[in-house]
Ligand binder design. Structure first.
Ligand code: ATP
Ligand code: MG
Length: 642
C-alpha cells in the first residue's frame, strides 16, 4: 500500500500534538503561577529569556577576532543569532542590552526599538528572527478575549499588592472591554471562575506576533493598529456594547508578544502617535466609544537612513524621537563574515552548480571595498585586511595600524555601499547562465561588472565600483591565483614550507645568539647560512640593514610562544609565513609560467601540468571545467612581464 507510509507520518504527528493544553478557572491558573511565576512574565522579559535560553557564550580568549577586532572586550555571543547572522556581534549585543533593561522594567520597556540601516543590511531578517523566537512558546490568556489579556489583570486593584507579594509577580493594567463584558454577563462578576486557556505564540495564526506593513497615506487607517467597530454588528448591539468590536489590529494581536512596524516613518503622524501611546503609556485607543486598552508588547520598528533623517529633521517629531531607542544596523565590514552571508543564502537556494574556490570571496571583497571610506593611513585593500583581522606585512614587519583609529576616522562607514542583495543578484545571474553549470571568480567578476553597469545610476559611484572590480579586486584575485597555482606545483607544499621554516629558525637563532648551529642529520657544527636566510628575507623586501632586526624579531617571537607551551609552525609569525610562501612560490614561478602558458608541452611538462590540475581538483575543490577556466585566465593575465 503505497499511501500508508504517508498516513503513518500524519498519525504519529497528530499523536504528538495532542499533549493536553491547560484550560481551567482563574483560580486554577493562580496555582500554576504559584508553581512557576515566570508564566506571567511581561513581554520584554519573556522575549529576553527565550533568546537567552538558547545559550550565551563569550568569544573564546584564543579567538583572534577577540583582540584584533573587539579590543579584547568580552563580547557575548548569543547562540540564537550566531548561526544566522554574521559579523553582527556588536549590533546584537546592543539589541540584547536593550531587551535586558526592558526585561528589568527600565525605561527601555517604554520605548520603541528602532533598527536603522541601509538596504539589505539585515533589518528585516533580524526582526523576523526575533519574532520567530517566540513562535511556538506557550502563554496563558483569558478565554474569548480578543486581546488575549493577562489573567492576573482580573485581580481587583485593592487586592493586587497582596497577590503580588504572595505570587512574587507584578500585575499591570486592566482587562479589555470584551473581557469585562464577559466577566459581568457570563461569570456574574465571579472572576475566580473566569476561564483561562493555554496557547502558543504564532505569527501565522496572529497570536502574540503582529507585523504592520507600511501603507500609503490614502489607504492608511489606524484600524490596522487598533481594530475597528464591526458595522454589521451595530444594528444588533448598541454603540457602547463591546460585542461590536473587532479587536484584530496589530496591537490587539501583538499584545503579550511583539509588534513589528515595517518602514515605520512612511506612516502618517496619527499612526505614530498611537504607537507612542502604546509604548509609553502601555495603552492603546479602542475603536468606538470604549476605554483605552492595556497593551504589553515589544515594539520593533525599522527604517532606512533617509527616512530617519527626514523624520528627525522636523522638530514637531521630537516627542516621538524621545521615545525611540535607535540601533544602527550597518553593513558588515569583515570579509570573512560577509562570505558566510552568501554561503548561508546559497545554502538555502536550489542552485546546484559548482562554485569554484574564491568565487564568493571575490564578490565579497567587492562589496566590502565599496563600503569603505578612504584613509590617509593606508589604501582600501589594506584597510579591508585590517578590518578582517589580518596582519599586513610591510618590509618584514607587521604594519602597525590601529583598527580603532581607522574606525574613528570614518564613523559612518558601513552605512553606504553595495548591499548584500546586490551581490546575491550578481551571484544568481552568474549561476543562472544556462549554458554552464559552474561559476568561477572569472565569471563572477563579469557578472559584477554587468550588474554595476545595469543597476548603479550614480555615475561617480558607478565608476568607483568599476574601478574596484577591474583593478583592486581583480589584482588581488590574480595574486591569490598565482600563489595557488604555484602551490599546486609544489608537491607536499605544507611539508616543504615547514621544513624551510625549521631550517630558517635554526639559522636565525644561531645568527642572533652568535653561536654555531648543529646540522640536524650529521650533528656537525655549522655556521649560519647567510645566503639561504637572505633568499627568504629578500622575498618580502627585508633590506640587508634590516636583516638583523628581522631575525631577532622572529627568534624572540617564536621562543616566547614556545615558552608558553604553544606549538610553532611556519604560519605562526605572519611576516615569516609570507616570506616562506613567497620564497617557495617564486621557486616554481618559472615552471608554473612555462607549463601553464605553453600550448605544446613535452612529456615531463605534461606530467607536471596534469599533477598540478589534479591537486587543484583534489585539494582545492575545482572541477575540470572550473580549473580550466581559471587556468586560461591565469595564462592570459599572469606573468605578463616575464
Ligand atoms: N550580517 C548578516 N548576516 C547574515 N545575513 C545577512 C546579514 N546582512 C544581511 N543578511 C541577509 O541579507 C538579506 C537581506 O537582508 P534584509 O532583507 O533583512 O535587509 P533589510 O535591512 O531589511 O533591507 P531593506 O531596507 O531593503 O528592507 C537577507 O537574506 C539577510 O539574511
Ligand atoms: Mg527590509
Amino acid at each position: 500500500m503505497p499511501t500508508s507510509k504517508y498516513l503513518d507520518i500524519i498519525n504519529s504527528q497528530r499523536k504528538k500534538k495532542t499533549s493536553k493544553k491547560f484550560e481551567g478557572s482563574f483560580l486554577e491558573y493562580l496555582s500554576l503561577v504559584e508553581k512557576d511565576p515566570t508564566i506571567s512574565d511581561h513581554s520584554h522579559k519573556r522575549l529576553y529569556d527565550v533568546i537567552v535560553a538558547h545559550g550565551v557564550t563569550a568569544l573564546e580568549d584564543d579567538d583572534p577576532r577577540k583582540y584584533k577586532l573587539f579590543d579584547s572586550e568580552n563580547v557575548k555571543i548569543y547562540d540564537y543569532f550566531s548561526k544566522e547572522f554574521f559579523g553582527m556581534e556588536t549590533v546584537i549585543s546592543k539589541l540584547m542590552r536593550f531587551l535586558r533593561s526592558a526585561a528589568l522594567k527600565g525605561e527601555e520597556s517604554r520605548q520603541v526599538l528602532l533598527l536603522m540601516g541601509p538596504v539589505g543590511a539585515g533589518k528585516s531578517a533580524l526582526t523576523e528572527h526575533i519574532k520567530a523566537s517566540l513562535d511556538g512558546e506557550k502563554y496563558y490568556h483569558l478565554k474569548e478575549d480578543p486581546q488575549r489579556g493577562d489573567p492576573l489583570q482580573l485581580i481587583p486593584r485593592s487586592l493586587r499588592d497582596e497577590f503580588s507579594k504572595m505570587l512574587g509577580v507584578s500585575i499591570d493594567g486592566d482587562i479589555s472591554p470584551v473581557a469585562r463584558y464577559l466577566l459581568f454577563e457570563k461569570y456574574d462578576k465571579a472572576y475566580e471562575e473566569f476561564k483561562v486557556i493555554e496557547t502558543t505564540f504564532s505569527q501565522r495564526a496572529r497570536r502574540g506576533i503582529a507585523s504592520v506593513p507600511p501603507m500609503d497615506a490614502n489607504s492608511q487607517d489606524v484600524s490596522v493598529l487598533i481594530g475597528s467597530e464591526d458595522i454589521s454588528k451595530l444594528d444588533k448591539y448598541s454603540e457602547d456594547d463591546p460585542r461590536s468590536l473587532s479587536l484584530n489590529g496589530a496591537f490587539n494581536v501583538g499584545n503579550r508578544g511583539i509588534v513589528e512596524l515595517v518602514e515605520v516613518f512612511k506612516n502618517e503622524i496619527e499612526f505614530l502617535h498611537t504607537i507612542i501611546t502604546a509604548t509609553q503609556e502601555k495603552r492603546i485607543p479602542s475603536p468606538g466609544k470604549h476605554d483605552m486598552l492595556h497593551f504589553d508588547g515589544v515594539i520593533v520598528a525599522h527604517c532606512n537612513e533617509s527616512e530617519w533623517n527626514r523624520f528627525q529633521s522636523e522638530h514637531t517629531n521630537e516627542a516621538i524621537l524621545d521615545r525611540v531607542v535607535k540601533i544602527d544596523i550597518p553593513y558588515i565590514l569583515e570579509l570573512e563574515q560577509e562570505i558566510k552571508i552568501y554561503e548561508k543564502i546559497l545554502g538555502r537556494s536550489n542552485f546546484s552548480s559548482h562554485i569554484a574556490p574564491h568565487t564568493l570571496r571575490v564578490a565579497s571583497m567587492f562589496s566590502i571595498l565599496s563600503r569603505l571610506h578612504s584613509s590617509q593611513k593606508c589604501d582600501l585593500l589594506t584597510k579591508m585586511r585590517i578590518y578582517n583581522g589580518e596582519e599586513v606585512v610591510e618590509k618584514g614587519r607587521v604594519k602597525k595600524i590601529d583598527i580603532r583609529d581607522l574606525r574613528d576616522e570614518a564613523p559612518r562607514e558601513g552605512m553606504q555601499g553595495i548591499s548584500t542583495r546586490f551581490i546575491m543578484k550578481a551571484i544568481d545571474n552568474a549561476l543562472s547562465d544556462s549554458d554552464r553549470d559552474f561559476i568561477t571568480p572569472v565569471s563572477m567578476l563579469d557578472s559584477l561588472i554587468k550588474q554595476v553597469k545595469d543597476q548603479i545610476v550614480d555615475l561617480d559611484f558607478q565608476s568607483h565600483c568599476l574601478d574596484l572590480i577591474r583593478s583592486t579586486v581583480r589584482d588581488e584575485y590574480l595574486r591569490m591565483l598565482e600563489s595557488e597555482i604555484a602551490k599546486a606545483f609544489i608537491t607536499a607544499y605544507e611539508e616543504q614550507a615547514q621544513s624551510v621554516f625549521e631550517n630558517y629558525l635554526d639559522n636565525a637563532e644561531a645568527f642572533t645568539t652568535n653561536s654555531k648551529m648543529k646540522d640536524r642529520v650529521t650533528k656537525e657544527d655549522m655556521v649560519p647560512d647567510e645566503n639561504f636566510m637572505r633568499a627568504i628575507e629578500g622575498a618580502i623586501g627585508v633590506s640587508s640593514s634590516g636583516r638583523e632586526g628581522f631575525r631577532a624579531d622572529v627568534t624572540a617571537y617564536m621562543f616566547s610562544k614556545m615558552r608558553r607551551g604553544e606549538n610553532v609552525n611556519y604560519t605562526s609569525y605572519e611576516p615569516l609565513k609570507e616570506a616562506i610562501e613567497t620564497y617557495l612560490i617564486s621557486s616554481v614561478k618559472d615552471l608554473a609560467r612555462i607549463v601553464t602558458k605553453s600550448k605544446t608541452r613535452d612529456d615531463d611538462q605534461k606530467q607536471k601540468y596534469s599533477s598540478m590540475v589534479e591537486t587543484m581538483m583534489d585539494e582545492y575543490g575545482y572541477t575540470p571545467e572550473s580549473a580550466e577556466e581559471i587556468l586560461v585566465f591565469a595564462s592570459n593575465n599572469l606573468w605578463r612581464d616575464s
